[in-house]
Design a protein around this ligand. Sequence first.
Ligand code: G3I
Length: 390
Amino acid sequence: MTSQHQRPIPLLLTGLVVTLLGIVGTRAEEPTSPPASEPLVVDQRGPTIKAAYKDYFLIGTAGDMPGRYSDQEMGLVKEHFNIVTPENCMKPGPIHPSENTWRFERPDALVEWCEDNNIAVHGHTLVWHAQTNDWFFRDGDKAAVTQRMKDHISTLVGRYKGKIRGWDVVNEAINDGGNAQTARTENLRSSSWLRAMGPEFLTLAFKFAHEADPEAKLYYNDYGIETGPKHASSMVLLKRLINEGAPIHGVGIQGHWSTGRIPYAALDKAISDYASLGLEVSITELDVTIRGASGGQFGRGFGGRRFGGDAPPAPQDLKAQADAYARLFSIFVKHKEVIRRVTFWGLSDRRTWRFGQHPLIFDSNNQRKPAYAAIVDALLHPNPDLAAPR
Ligand code: G3I
């Protein structure tokens, strides 16, 4: 019997305890074939994650609410979260589709709803290689493209000055993968921004954002930067930006992970590395799929069948996911002096870009999953088996 089963499990009803005891002994990260067992039941009235972590860091969600969200969903946002990131509506393509066209309806509605409900907003994202229309770069020399970037950032950040507390200024500028050679370089992605403006496009983006709102916290945001050559390149890049006087305040580790394949030790070290540069850290797009490959909006399963979207996740998969989330939050709590925010990338498994992989802490019926209870448990009743690396 492992220690985790000798402690009270205050946030899970008896049904879950009986179920989990039935699979005791399986290693949390190695789900076995699904046993015949009753459905998992989680206490829907326990402490909220927002309340549990109020003295540690903000707890966020992402979405283009309130439009096309139900009253029940908006109730979840109010009850469980204290910061919102627009999932798409503030990206360059959706908000500024052509040089003289701005689409502020959904961004304005999101900012207004959050203000009315005393919820903060983190802006996403000013400069990205994706969802950015070609007009920024068409027939433009470096000076023209620079001016278009400045006008975009000044208009957008200026519109929400004092209302949006921070921005993902540059998103995903570093190439994926890498090796020992690229690890000594910034290994920047060959984006239209880089080709038009050179590597200084990053420094200029931060300077333009700071000019537009000197109070806003300005982040570099990326995925996979917690480990390997891409982490090394992120350190090279961040040091250069700081040396060039870029007004950068933080690093966003997106956190798109899969159960059983989370680099816990590397993540722990990466947070310390970024803190050593004087930067704050946020986990900006957290989701942990039950199984399967990471990424993949509307992912397809084997043989083209919708990726598990129809079949509910098996109990042991939910347990393994719960343990993964608990281990992650033990790391975040360890670094509570540096971590400012943990944002889940989507409200529920019905709203996730990784549809069918059940990556979030509310299920498709807006019910708390075992992962939700495990995150609260990680703080209120820490499990030594799921502790952060020393
Ligand atoms: O709004 C249009 C709709 O009018 C149209 O009918 C529909 C079908 O074509 O597309 C809709 O736009 C989609 C949009 O999501 C809103 O649903 C885009 O096609 C689709 O590409 C877009 O996907 C978003 C993706 O970024 C774009 O790359 C995901 O929702 C969003 O979760 C995802 O988020 C990114 C972060 O911004 C950066 N980090 C990685 C993360 C996951 O890719």
